[in-house]
Design a protein around this ligand. Structure first.
Ligand code: MCN
Length: 750
């Protein structure tokens, strides 16, 4: 299958002529949105509609029916014998458009007189959501200093190395569907497909084992999923679509894209009093699967950061524009919150002449182990922020660095900047009751099945869907460690709705904190059953059996023992089972966490800016992160490295750019700057370890911490370097040209 896509950001489709395409070599069929609609295919659902926000959910047909709303919106599809034939024929589909004015900017789109995307969405405002706590007016009235800024948290394009793909096989006789798809959450895709295609859920199998990088962009249920299904039903053949890189830029979800107008109130001693903001979140042309939750729940509720914040008020407007739909991108909402808070902390520090590390220390929430409620209403699980700050400052020898910075500035005219950020983030999504309360259209629990085969080898089936994070390894480590097995005897099974139990997917750094709870639950059941079988076979009472290092032994007599492999064989043959105990050694468990988890840390960056060219050199990067007890240090380091790289890239290099007609100017790897390894110094990593009470292993997520901490760290470092030149602000990405212009402007436009 190939997709005919709109070259216009906003247009009415006046006609589609497929005569020529239909006659081309190998072409099997050309299909339109109207045909899909006539066949009963519904719009692509948005699965997260935040309550109390008056959210509008306009129809999102998988193929546009009468209006296209972004460059890349699907207009028709062609099915042919080969991919090349399909693509060739797609070019021959003749579409006539009546081109309309487009609006690209999420703030401008709300103004009167701007183009309207959807009939029933006045001024393109999809929702207005408010987070408020404390007495914000009193906070600002009592302030000695108020700092303000307008932050553009620019749009990013996830750019996974592996583009998307979908292959549908419709079994006509059985009326059953198998869909192979690059998804981070196959069970969610199955659920949503059952809603928009009408195929009953128990007749849908979704397979998504090795999907490549996702970074949030493989979370949504996409139009192409429905298109290949429709095409397979029409043709009676398996139909496959492979996304090209150009399509990946245009039609896979983008991330971020906020305009934030922010004010922070503080005392002259550096105590913060209140944060007030207005945010315009550009949602793109349609609502993607999780899009409304990202700028609200995952952003607005995190405005207290790691600090005691007495008052907050934020208005968030979600806005439709003629751009690619926006959804979760690594960090999803939390980077937008953290950058906002951490920018304002630095502005206050600068205003009152306080060291950036000191103002943070002064406002950190004191240590807590059993929950701490912040002004936005969230209850953080556990935290001890100051040791992470101390460790990071020590790693980098902060006092010496500050001295050196001053000396070099004075004597050598060099512009060194140091950025210090203390952050916390919400992840491990999360209690299902909260999911329901905040409008998430599913649960957030996890399940696992631990299955012993007769030979003692183990499969663990999980509903989550790692795609590069490495849970095939870390979950096997947990099971091996708990049950005394060689790690190679445990294989983790995921990525197939027919082979795995229900699960709600891999995103929001939830896989380990939530699914490990289910695995631990199943392990406990396995151990309990093993004790009963061992007691029976060793002729002891269950109270006398103890389990350690993979052996069930009679207390006080270690030679009277059976290995867990012996027990697996005995249970699977069931020749001699205790009264009332079922055969087999297999257990399943469900885990619904009581809270989210909140990892935290301190990041410090050192940069040097060349005032002649605006070039920024990232010289050092230190990160102390706390994700509770670590299962696999190498994997955790890898996650932090990758996260830092993605976050720094937002500060310095990456950004989607549209022209005023809605053409994606950064629509290829020639134009969109993704980071490369040699842009970075070796990372200096430290850690502290604060377990969470929320799950049995005490683990917090780590998949996004690097991204969340690093953007403001590097941003603040660059501004710190530029302050002596009179520059207080540079929009991201802080390219050499922008930095150079900011320096020249500060010099009076010279
Ligand atoms: N881990 C550990 N000890 C801990 C915490 C985590 O050893 N205390 C390990 C985990 O077991 C897992 C890894 O660290 O191997 C990350 O786990 P976790 O924090 O649970 O995060 P998730 O698996 O839920 O991953 C999601 C997160 C997100 S939201 C994005 S986006 C992202 C990311 O992970 N996308 C990625 N990292 C990515 N890495 C790769 N390679 N590809 C992506 O698409």
């Amino acid at each position: 299958m190939a997709v005919v896509r709109s070259p216009f950001a906003h247009a009415r489709i006046t006609s589609i002529d497929s005569t020529e395409a239909a006659g081309m070599p190998g072409v099997i069929g050309v299909y339109t949105g109207q045909q899909m609609r006539d066949a009963g295919f519904g719009g692509i659902p948005c699965a997260w509609v935040v309550p109390d926000s008056d959210t509008k959910t306009p129809d999102h047909p998988p193929i546009a029916v009468d209006t296209v709303r972004y460059v890349g919106d699907a207009v028709a599809m062609v099915v042919a014998k080969t991919e090349t034939q399909a693509r060739d024929a797609a070019y021959a589909v003749d579409v006539d458009y009546d081109v309309l004015d487009a609006v690209i900017d999420g703030h401008a789109a709300t103004m009167d007189g701007e183009p309207q995307l959807h009939d029933d969405v006045e001024n393109n405002v999809c929702f207005h959501w408010i987070v408020a706590g404390g007495d914000i007016d009193a906070a600002f009235a009592a302030a000695d200093v108020v700092v303000t800024d307008t932050i553009i948290n620019q749009r990013l394009i996830p750019t996974a190395m592996e583009t998307r793909a979908a292959l549908a096989r419709w079994d006509v006789a059985m009326e059953e569907l198998t869909l192979w798809v690059t998804s981070q959450n196959p069970h969610i895709v199955r659920f949503l497909l059952s809603l928009d295609t009408g195929i009953p859920e128990h007749k849908i199998r979704v397979i998504a084992p090795d999907v490549g990088g996702g970074f949030g962009s493989k979370l949504p249920h996409y139009p192409e999923d429905s298109m290949v299904i429709f095409a397979s039903q029409q043709t009676g053949l398996p139909v496959k679509w492979n996304e090209s890189r150009t399509e990946n830029f245009q039609a896979t979800s983008h991330g971020r894209d906020h305009r934030q107008e922010v004010e922070m109130a503080a005392t002259s001693e550096g105590k913060i009093l209140g944060l007030r903001a207005k945010v315009w979140a550009n949602l793109g042309a349609y609502l993607s699967t999780a899009s409304t939750g990202v700028p609200t729940i995952l952003h607005g509720l995190m405005l207290s950061g790691a600090y005691t914040l007495p008052a907050v008020h934020e208005d968030v407007y979600g806005v439709f524009t003629n751009t690619t739909p926006v959804d979760a991108y690594r960090g999803a909402g939390r980077p937008e919150a953290t950058l906002m808070v951490e920018r304002m902390m630095d502005l206050v520090a600068h205003e009152i002449g306080m060291d950036p590390a000191e103002i943070r220390r002064k406002n950190l929430i004191p240590p807590f182990t059993e929950g701490h409620e912040v002004i936005t209403g969230l209850v953080y699980d556990s935290g001890n922020y100051e040791p992470a700050l101390d460790q990071a400052l020590e790693m980098i020898d902060y006092p010496a660095l500050r001295k050196q910075q001053q000396a070099q500035l004075r004597e050598q005219g060099r512009y060194i900047g140091i950025g210090v950020v203390t952050y916390t983030e919400i992840c491990g999504l999360g209690p299902s009751e909260v999911a329901g309360a905040v409008g998430f259209g599913g649960g957030l629990w996890e399940s696992a099945i631990v299955r012993f085969h007769p030979s003692g080898k183990v499969n663990v089936m999980v509903g989550v869907n790692p795609h590069g994070q490495g849970e095939e390894t870390t979950f096997a480590q947990i099971v091996a460690d708990q049950l005394g097995l060689p790690v190679g005897d445990v294989v983790i099974v995921y990525g197939d709705t027919d082979r795995t139990p229900m699960g709600w997917g891999t995103y929001g750094s939830r896989t380990t904190p939530v699914a490990s709870g289910a695995i631990m639950g199943a392990i406990t059941k396995i151990k309990d059953k093993g004790v009963k079988i061992a007691a029976h076979l060793l002729e002891a009472s269950t109270e006398d059996i103890e389990f350690a290092d993979g052996k069930f032994s009679v207390k006080g007599s270690r030679d009277q023992s059976m290995t867990i492999q012996d027990i697996a064989l005995a249970a699977n043959t069931a020749w001699d089972m205790p009264e009332g105990v079922e055969p087999g050694l297999e257990a399943s468990a469900f885990f619904n966490p009581s809270n989210f988890v909140y990892p935290f840390g301190t990041h410090i960056a050192v940069v040097e800016v060349d005032p002649e060219t605006g070039e920024i050199e990232l010289q050092r990067y230190a990160a102390v992160d706390d994700c509770g007890p670590i299962i696999n240090p190498m994997i955790v380091e890898g996650q932090i490295h990758g996260g830092i790289v993605q976050g720094v890239a937002q500060a310095l290099w990456e950004g989607a750019a549209y022209d005023e007609d809605g053409n994606l100017v950064t629509g290829s790897l020639m134009d969109y700057a993704i980071p490369k390894a040699d842009f970075f110094p070796p990372f200096e990593l430290g850690k502290t370890e604060t377990p969470t009470p929320v799950n049995p292993l005490g683990v917090k997520g780590v998949g996004e911490t690097g991204t969340i901490g690093s953007t403001p760290t590097v941003y603040n470092a660059v501004i710190d370097a530029l302050l002596p030149l009179g520059v207080k602000k540079v929009d991201m990405p802080m390219t050499p040209e922008r930095v150079w212009r900011a320096i020249r402007d500060a010099e009076g436009g010279h």
